[in-house]
Design a protein around this ligand. Structure first.
Ligand code: GLC
Ligand code: CA
Length: 551
């Protein structure tokens, strides 16, 4: 673990999500690996990342890209050895980059020896590590999550004549958390990886650990109690460990994962994410204001992880039917772009690679309360491939250069785990890290700059309060972030046309706004409404300095 006197580092940090398989292949087998990832740490540092989130890298038959684990204690051989992992961690820490990893604790692969044992006979000692039933009638109120592939949360086991329970794919049997042996084993897994030096976990699918009749089997008190126990354990044995919850829920339920500062340090702000896209589609600031008011504030040592995209489909489970319709009609015009209740596209294609919108969205996600979590490749506006199945279209090889295989691998192209993107609009020959690094005006260089500005303001943007300001124009979102005497005014034109806004800033009469990227001073605030003229899809971050402060 990286030692730091800043105990709240995660509130100020920039996170970056990486699938080992997709990043860089060091041994020409067409699959990314830990040694490859280690070689790219300088790049990761160069874009300003403080903490890497690694997708599952454990032994797995890869039917759900590693979220189907068959051995919690070993690394998938294609990704390297445990020594490679240790070296990666050491090199990351040497660069002051932290690393958290996915902890998939709700379920295992049906190839896991525990399940292979359990399905041997009804009185096998591992039988009770899973959830069994004679009928499909139990826990009827639990929804099905992967609605495109699964008909039921129960699957029949021919050999023992019972059904087993699974919230995700039928090849992912749920562990039985009512069994104390299971709870102890998962603690062992946590200890194993933390003692190798990990800085924390992104805990997968947390709402679903326990099942109780007559409930929807999500967010149960037993589940919260278990995570509180885990939190106590890591606080005692590995102080400084950060726990980040994946709980795709409505705001009131999602917030509960912070507990009384005794459960998760962080949780993804799932409620916010789709509402950013809705606000953009409707050119209306209300959906963002409304959801921030429902999700903020959080307890002082906790924070949201805010994100635009990740390795999954853009989920639309926790939105209204009307909101979902808007999302589908605006962002998923072809049926192939949809998956389950979501949209399986990358960020740039979602917005037609529109540079104005991409900057606007990044400006927004780095200014709203929470720590930004970026998805690999989005810093160069990578494209996707909707003709690959499941969510694989957003998991294609990272585009490093215009060399063979986008510089991702020296293998024959046929050997790659997935083809690189070669369509005319997102071709790796021009859309890659090397090309964008050389071009001062590239998105990558803009991204680096934006991240560095955010880091200069990491206290006010990372920890500050938020106050929404009246703009007299619903297309414009404006808010003030404040931390002690530091103040930042952030203003966004969500519309496709130029517009203007008038802010009542009388409270700050005599203060001077300074544009945060350029440090160009703007006119001093007075008694009259403060006027902004804004090009389409644009934003300003402004530091406010008090009177007498060199003004
Ligand atoms: C989480 C992961 C997703 C995976 C699922 C089942 O939602 O983000 O990729 O398929 O859990 O493990
Ligand atoms: Ca490899």
């Amino acid at each position: 673990m990286l030692e730091d006197e800043n105990r709240l580092w995660y509130r100020d940090a920039i996170f970056y999500e990486i699938p080992v398989r997709s990043y860089y292949d060091s041994n020409r087998d067409g699959i990314g690996d830990f040694l490859g990832l280690t070689q790219k740490l300088d790049y990761i540092k160069s874009i300003g990342i403080d903490c890497i989130w690694l997708l599952p890298f454990y032994k797995s038959p890869l039917k759900d890209d590693g979220y189907d684990i068959s051995d919690f204690y070993s690394i998938l051989p294609e990704y390297g050895t445990i020594e490679d992992f240790d070296l990666f961690l050491e090199e990351a820490h040497r660069r002051k980059i932290r690393v958290i990893a996915d902890l998939v604790l709700n379920h295992v692969s049906d190839q896991h020896p525990w399940f292979i044992e359990a399905r041997k006979s009804r009185n096998n000692p591992k039988r009770d590590w899973f959830v069994w039933s004679d009928t499909m009638d139990r826990y009827k109120d639990a929804r099905i999550i992967f609605i495109d592939t699964e008909r039921s949360n129960w699957t029949w086991d021919q050999n023992t004549g019972q059904y087993y329970w699974h919230r995700f794919y039928s090849h992912q049997p749920d562990l039985n958390y009512d069994n104390p042996e299971v709870r102890e084993e998962i603690k062992k897994v946590i200890r194993f990886w933390l003692s190798r030096g990990l800085d924390g976990f992104r805990c997968d699918a947390v709402p679903y650990l326990f099942e109780r009749e007559g409930t929807n089997c999500e967010n149960l008190p037993e589940t919260h109690a278990f995570f509180k126990e885990i939190r106590r354990m890591v606080d005692d044995e590995f102080p400084g460990t950060v726990l980040l919850a994946e709980a795709n829920q409505w705001p009131t339920e999602a917030k509960k994962y912070f507990g009384n500062e005794d459960e998760f340090h962080m949780a993804f702000n799932f409620p916010l994410m789709p509402r950013i896209f809705i606000a953009l589609a409707k050119e209306d600031s209300y959906p963002i204001q409304n959801i921030i008011k429902q999700t903020v504030p959080v307890p002082p040592t906790c924070d949201w992880g805010v994100f635009l995209r990740n390795h999954d489909e853009l989920t639309l489970e926790m939105v209204t039917d009307e909101e979902r319709d808007i999302m589908f009609s605006e962002y998923a015009k072809l049926p192939k772009m949809r998956l389950n209740l979501g949209i399986r596209r990358r960020l740039s294609p979602l917005v037609d690679a529109d540079r104005y919108i991409l900057e606007l969205l990044h400006g927004l996600i780095m200014a709203l309360p929470g720590s930004p979590i970026f998805y690999y490749g989005d810093e160069i506006n990578m494209g996707d491939n909707i003709f690959l199945g499941d969510r694989n279209g957003v998991r294609t090889p990272m585009q490093w250069s215009f060399d063979r295989n986008a510089g991702f691998s020296a293998a024959d192209p046929e050997m790659l785990y997935a083809p690189v993107i070669t369509n005319a609009n997102y071709h790796y020959e021009f859309l890659n890290v090397e090309a964008q690094s050389r071009l001062p005006s590239s998105f990558l260089n803009w991204f680096r700059k934006a991240v560095s500005v955010r880091k200069k303001n990491s206290l006010v943007l990372g920890r500050g309060d938020i106050e929404f300001l009246e703009t007299g124009n619903r297309k414009v979102l404006a808010f003030l972030r404040s931390y002690d005497s530091e103040k930042m005014l952030c203003i966004f034109n969500l519309s496709r046309d130029p517009t203007n806004a008038q802010l009542d800033l009388r409270k700050y009469a005599g203060w001077t706004p300074e544009e945060s990227f350029s440090r160009v001073p703007f006119p001093k605030i007075g008694e009259l409404p403060y006027f902004f003229t804004m090009p389409r899809h644009s934003f300003f971050w402004m530091n406010l300095s008090p009177p007498g402060d060199g003004n």
